[in-house]
Design a protein around this ligand. Structure first.
Ligand code: TXA
Ligand code: MG
Length: 327
C-alpha cells in the first residue's frame, strides 16, 4: 500500500479523540490503541458498523466480537452480572480481562457482534486513549484485533495503517506501542462456574486467586466455546518451528533467555533476562521483523508455561499450526 492509500495515523490529542468519536457515531471504523493490542473499532450497537468490521478483516461472521466499555458499571446495562462476575470486574477492570456473560434481554449491542449467541464478550480496557475514544463515541465499541483475519496482531498504529486502506479504516489513533502486547484473557462465566476461553494478558494465577481453579473450555461440553479459537491464527508469512534448541543458517530465531544457539540468519530475543511479561510485549513486533528478515522460516526457542508464558505459547502454537484454518 502507498502512504496515500493507507489509513491515516493521527496523534492522540483532543481534536483526534473528538473526530474519532464523530466518525464512530457515523458508522465508520477507527483503529484504536488498547493496552493489549490495537483494535479495529466500530459502534457495537450498529448492525452496519459491525458488518463493516467483519468485511474489513475478512472475518467469518460466526466469530463474535468483544464489546468495549469505558466504565466498569456499564457491564450491568449489557449483561447479566453474577456475583462472581462482579468480583472479577472489581478486581481487574479496567484491564486485560474479557468476560463472556449472558446477554441482557434489552442489550443494545448488535446481535451480529454476538454472532447470534445468547452471550456477550465484554471488556473495559485500561488504555487512557481507548477509554477517551469510547467516551467520545458514547456507545460500546465492538473491536477485534486490528489485523486481517488469521494474521499477526498489531502492536503499533503503523501495523494497523499498513494492513487497512483509508476506505476501510477512517482513522488510526496513535497510542504508541501497546504495553501488554498479547490480547486480553477471556473468561466465560456460566452460572457460578468460570472457564478459561483464551489465555492472554492477565495471567491465570491472578484470576484463579479470585475464582478458584478455572475450568478448561475443551473438557466441558456444556460451556460455550470461543468460536474464534481456530487452530491457525496469529500467523506470520513464514513457517514457524517451535521448541528449537538449534537453528539452521537460513532460519530466523525468536530467542528467549541468555543462552542463544548460534548460527541463525537473523535473531530477535523476546527477553534476554527471561522475563515473560517483557516477552509478551515484544512477541508480535519481533515476529513481524523476523518475517521480513529474508529468512526461509522462523525457529522459536522453548517458552516456559508460567505467567504470561501461557498466552505466548498459545499464540506461537497457533502461528505454527498448518495454515488454511485461519479465522
Ligand atoms: O485484547 C483484546 O481482547 C483485543 C483488544 C482489541 O481488545 N481484542 C481481541 O478481539 O482480541 P478478537 O476479536 O481478535 O478476539 C475476540 C475473541 C474471539 O476468539 C471470539 O471468538 C471470542 O473473543 N468471543 C467473542 N464473543 C464471544 C462469546 N460471546 N462467546 C465466546 N467467545 C467469544
Ligand atoms: Mg484477533
Amino acid at each position: 500500500m502507498t502512504p496515500q492509500t493507507m489509513a491515516p495515523i493521527m496523534p492522540p490529542v483532543a481534536e483526534t479523540i473528538a473526530q474519532a468519536g464523530h466518525l464512530l457515531k457515523s458508522g465508520f471504523l477507527v483503529g484504536l490503541p488498547t493496552e493489549t493490542v490495537y483494535g479495529l473499532a466500530g459502534d457495537a450497537t450498529s448492525d452496519q458498523a459491525v458488518a463493516r468490521i467483519f468485511a474489513a478483516k475478512g472475518r467469518p461472521s460466526f466469530n463474535p466480537l468483544i464489546a468495549h466499555v469505558a466504565d466498569p458499571a456499564e457491564a450491568t446495562r449489557l449483561a447479566e452480572v453474577s456475583p462472581l462476575a462482579a468480583r472479577l470486574i472489581a478486581a481487574f477492570w479496567p484491564g486485560p480481562l474479557t468476560l463472556v456473560l449472558p446477554r441482557r434481554a434489552d442489550c443494545p449491542v448488535s446481535l451480529l457482534a454476538s454472532a447470534g449467541l445468547d452471550t456477550i464478550a465484554l471488556r473495559c480496557p485500561a488504555h487512557p486513549v481507548a477509554r477517551a475514544v469510547i467516551r467520545a463515541a458514547g456507545v460500546p465499541l465492538a473491536a477485534p484485533s486490528a489485523n486481517p483475519s488469521g494474521r499477526l496482531s498489531p502492536t503499533t498504529a503503523r501495523d494497523v495503517a499498513e494492513a487497512f486502506p483509508a476506505e476501510k479504516v477512517a482513522l488510526v489513533v496513535d497510542g504508541g506501542e501497546t504495553p501488554v502486547g498479547v490480547e486480553s484473557t477471556i473468561v466465560g462465566l456460566f452460572g457460578e462456574k468460570a472457564v478459561m476461553l483464551r489465555p492472554g494478558g492477565l495471567a491465570r494465577g491472578a484470576i484463579e486467586a479470585v475464582t478458584g481453579p478455572l475450568g478448561d473450555a475443551g473438557d466441558d461440553h456444556d460451556a460455550p466455546q470461543s468460536p474464534g479459537r481456530l487452530l491457525s491464527h496469529y500467523a506470520p508469512g513464514l513457517p514457524v518451528r517451535l521448541d528449537a534448541t538449534r537453528v539452521g543458517p537460513d532460519e530466523a530465531l525468536l530467542a528467549f533467555g541468555a543462552e542463544v544457539p548460534p548460527g541463525a540468519f537473523a535473531v530477535e530475543n523476546l527477553s534476554p533476562e527471561g522475563d515473560l511479561t517483557a516477552a509478551a510485549a515484544h512477541l508480535f513486533a519481533m515476529l513481524r521483523r523476523l518475517d521480513r528478515s529474508g529468512a526461509k522460516g522462523i525457529a522459536v526457542m522453548p517458552i516456559p508455561a508460567e505467567g504470561l508464558g501461557e498466552a505466548i505459547r498459545d499464540r506461537l502454537s497457533r502461528a505454527a499450526a498448518p495454515r488454511g484454518e485461519a479465522a
